[in-house]
Write a protein that binds this ligand. Structure first.
Ligand code: APR
Length: 249
């Protein structure tokens, strides 16, 4: 695909880069989006019945089993060429902070070094009462579904993700917002930029004078505002950008 020369110049002049990714990034690897994950057996449930603290309090086994099913699927999935391209891009900048709304850990699996997981990580289990991480060895050796927590007498193990109605981790969001207002280039990849507060990050970057590059096969509210809007998949656009950058070295 053709990459505008102005986009390459902006990358060549950038020191600090911020990358925001969303469900479309993972979808290209075959991770079902949140709503697609409610297929088959799970299609009769609404998100509020499976992904809220109230749902977990009322039906802990049901919620645990849904996440177990998703974890099993994600465990078989690998990063794609777009994830690899983001790792390669790191060499061109003083810093590249990757902020993801995805919970599958695919960026870390690909080798990205500085990743903020705004919505947590589905492979992690935490105590429902204290939020402390629970080791996998504990989960495997405790028969309950969900297993009881080793950290609190009334606690249960729950997925280490942010549910509807819960706040995003404040430290992570603060770091992402600081990066957004100080970056030279901001990528928004595979996200509909509809879900706040993550959606505000590219806008903060834009308002601070950064070059904003959107990669999404569909139009979003950001498309008209972005400096460059590439209507392509993440793998297609990111590999093309890398090839062009490498040829200009
Ligand atoms: N490459 C790039 N973008 C893609 C691709 C692809 N291969 N495939 C789909 N997309 C785009 C879609 O066009 C859409 O705009 O990815 C976007 C996905 O949008 P959402 O499903 O709204 O996901 P996201 O923006 O990450 O939503 C944020 O909301 O549902 C919750 O927790 C969930 O993390 C998610 C959050």
């Amino acid at each position: 695909m053709k990459i505008p020369s102005g986009l390459i110049t902006a990358l060549q002049n950038a020191n600090k880069t911020l990358v925001l990714t969303g469900a479309g990034m993972s979808a290209e690897s075959g991770v079902p989006t949140f709503r697609d994950a409610q297929s088959g057996l799970w299609s009769k449930f609404r998100p509020e019945e499976l992904a809220t603290p109230e749902a977990f309090r009322k039906h802990p086994k049901l919620v645990w089993d849904w996440y177990d099913d998703r974890r099993n699927n994600i465990g078989r999935i690998n990063p794609h060429a777009g994830h690899d391209a983001l790792v390669e891009l790191e060499q061109y900048f003083e810093s590249l902070l990757l902020v993801t709304q995805n919970v599958d850990g695919l960026h870390q699996q690909a080798g990205s070094r500085d990743v903020i997981e705004l919505h947590g990580n589905i492979m992690l289990s935490v105590c429902s009462e204290t939020g402390k991480v629970i080791e996998n060895s504990w989960i495997e050796s405790n028969p309950g579904r969900p297993p009881v927590s080793p950290h609190h007498p009334r606690g249960l193990a729950r997925p280490g993700v942010v549910w509807f109605g819960e706040s995003l981790p404040a430290d992570a969001m603060n770091r992402a917002m600081t990066a957004a207002s100080h970056c030279d280039v901001c990528f928004s990849i595979g996200t509909s930029t509809l879900v706040q507060p993550a959606a505000s990050l590219p806008l903060m970057a834009l308002n601070s004078g950064a070059c904003v590059i959107e990669i999404n096969p569909a139009s979003t509210p950001l498309s008209e505002l972005a400096t460059f809007s590439l209507q392509a998949t993440a793998a297609e656009a990111l590999t093309a950008i890398n090839t062009k950058l490498a040829s200009c070295k």
